[in-house]
Ligand binder design. Structure first.
Ligand SMILES: Nc1ncnc2c1ncn2[C@@H]1O[C@H](COP(=O)(O)OP(=O)(O)OP(=O)(O)O)[C@@H](O)[C@H]1O
Ligand SMILES: [Mg+2]
Length: 467
């Protein structure tokens, strides 16, 4: 009841004495009601103060209670209203109920009845608010982030995910930290026929080496000191679903051998176990390290690499798909506004300009964290002052970012157009080369990504002596 007392009540009645009478009774009961004697004023007040409960007289001049109720419900559909009707106003009172009034009381008002009705209306309001809060929380918890992206490269990735999800392929996901590898693995699972089966995620980077084996394969009782009971491993827990091995590059070589065997023979043994247990799940793994380099250095088995890599998905870093930034900003703004019950409107132009020029080493996760902090700290707009002390806050705004200054002596004697041409060639060559590398020298994919036709790509490669 404590919080009910703090709710705001407006009494609207054109008879001052009647208002006073009700107001005194409510005050005596611990409420702090406000009072007004005419309808239009009530509407103005309601706009300014958004009362929780309105006590409305029906017969009022110049605007009757029904019209006032209509207006208030338009503005504040969640607010409660109790109608005070005189004998003979029953039809209007019924109309008010149809408009969503909580209850009506007949004059002369019985004060006990009034207090009970007011208490009930406020309790019901409180319950509604609680339900809304819980719903919002459930919604946030139950809808793990969707993989979003509208840039050409993300659209292509989303399309590929849809295509391969159907086929139970062993997929290796590559990408820098925070680009959305785990989210991609979840999307692959959700779109597959295994969607109703378990999704089991194991982070190979945080598991101590001594525990990896028992965690993945499980153990029988007595397999090692401390194994007092048997325990199924993650492979078994994944059932017919998806086993997601994150940071696969960190898997100790001894475990790599065992994993290879599971993938070849589709069965495994618990530590200390004799029985072969079939492995039905689909394996999806992810890494942000250069596995090819690890292979060369003898840290990762080449045969395992080929097993894991039936299909490779590469998630581009955020700085290579800046077109996704506005969509992600909007998404995280909505998410955190709901989570923290805020109404932050957006990101200031200065911050947008920083966002578009920043290199995003932590990729989408970094953007997400910055938006979280921004929403918590900002009132209306996320400004530069709301950004953390990190590199972003120190980044230069878009106008100058990315443009190194050109030493004047280097360009002396050259016409502007020649300098620009030379720079264009340098930048084009670099971009083409990087895209070719990212697509493993797939020329048609490179042309598609860069939105040029194949022949143009071919000519430019010849001109710039690439390949
Ligand atoms: N495209 C996206 N749309 C919406 N949210 C995203 C997207 N990409 C990443 N996120 C969010 O950013 C965070 C990081 O994503 P995720 O954990 O999938 O990255 P990761 O590549 O696995 O990172 P790490 O290499 O550090 O493990 C998560 O909270 C995720 O929900
Ligand atoms: Mg991850």
């Amino acid at each position: 009841m404590g919080t009910v007392r703090s709710k705001r009540i407006l009494i609207v009645d054109d008879e001052p004495e009647h208002c006073l009478y009700i107001s005194q009774a409510l005050t005596a009961a611990g409420y702090q009601p406000s009072v007004t004697n005419d309808g239009p004023k009530a509407i103005t007040l309601s706009r300014e103060q958004k009362f929780d409960l309105y006590l409305l007289d029906i017969r009022m001049q110049p605007m009757d209670g029904l019209a006032v109720l209509q207006e208030i419900r338009n503005q504040q559909p969640e607010a409660k209203a109790i109608i005070l009707s005189a004998f003979g106003d029953v039809d209007t009172a019924v109309k008010c109920m149809k408009l969503g009034a909580y209850d009506f009381l007949s004059k002369p008002i019985n004060m006990d009845e009034l207090l009970i009705t007011v208490g009930n209306a406020l309790k019901s309001l409180e319950l509604q608010q609680e339900i809304k809060t819980l719903r919002d929380q459930i919604e946030i918890q139950q809808s793990p982030d969707q993989l979003l992206g509208e840039s050409a490269s993300m659209q292509e990735l989303l399309h590929t995910i849809e295509q391969i999800a159907q086929h139970n392929l062993t997929v290796l996901i590559r990408g820098e930290s925070g680009t959305g590898k785990e989210l991609t693995a979840r999307a692959l699972h959700a779109l597959s026929q295994r969607a109703e089966e378990p999704f089991v995620s194991v982070d190979c980077a945080t598991l101590p080496e001594t525990l990896v084996e028992s965690e993945l394969f499980g153990y029988e009782r007595g397999a090692f000191t401390g194994a007092v009971a048997q325990k199924p491993g993650r492979f078994e827990q994944a059932g017919k679903g998806t086993l997601f091995l994150d940071e696969i590059g960190n898997l100790p070589t001894t475990v790599q051998v065992k994993l290879l065997r599971v993938l070849q023979e589709r069965c495994l043994r618990r530590l200390g176990g004799k029985v072969e247990i079939p492995f039905h799940a689909t394996l999806v793994s992810a890494t942000n390290v250069d596995l090819e380099k690890s292979i060369k250095e003898g840290k990762f088995r080449e045969d395992l690499y080929y097993r894991l890599n039936e299909f490779m998905l590469r998630i581009p870093p955020l700085r290579e798909r800046r077109g996704d930034i506005p969509l992600l900003v909007k998404h995280f703004l909505d998410l955190f506004n709901r989570q923290f019950h805020k109404k932050v409107l957006g990101v200031s132009p200065e911050v947008i300009s920083l966002f578009t020029s920043y290199a995003w080493p932590g990729n989408v996760r970094e953007l997400k964290n910055i938006m979280k902090r921004g929403v918590v700290l900002a009132d209306e707009w996320i400004e530069k002052t709301h950004l953390s002390e990190g590199p972003l806050a120190q980044a230069a705004p878009a106008e100058t970012a990315g443009l190194e200054s050109i030493p004047l002596e280097a360009i002396e004697g050259f016409a502007l157009k020649d300098i620009v041409k030379q720079e264009t060639v340098r930048v084009e060559r670099q971009i083409i080369l990087q895209t070719l590398e990212a697509t493993r020298w797939n020329r048609s994919l490179t042309a598609k990504r860069l939105e040029i036709d194949y022949k143009t790509l071919y000519n430019k490669m010849k001109e710039y002596q690439i390949g």
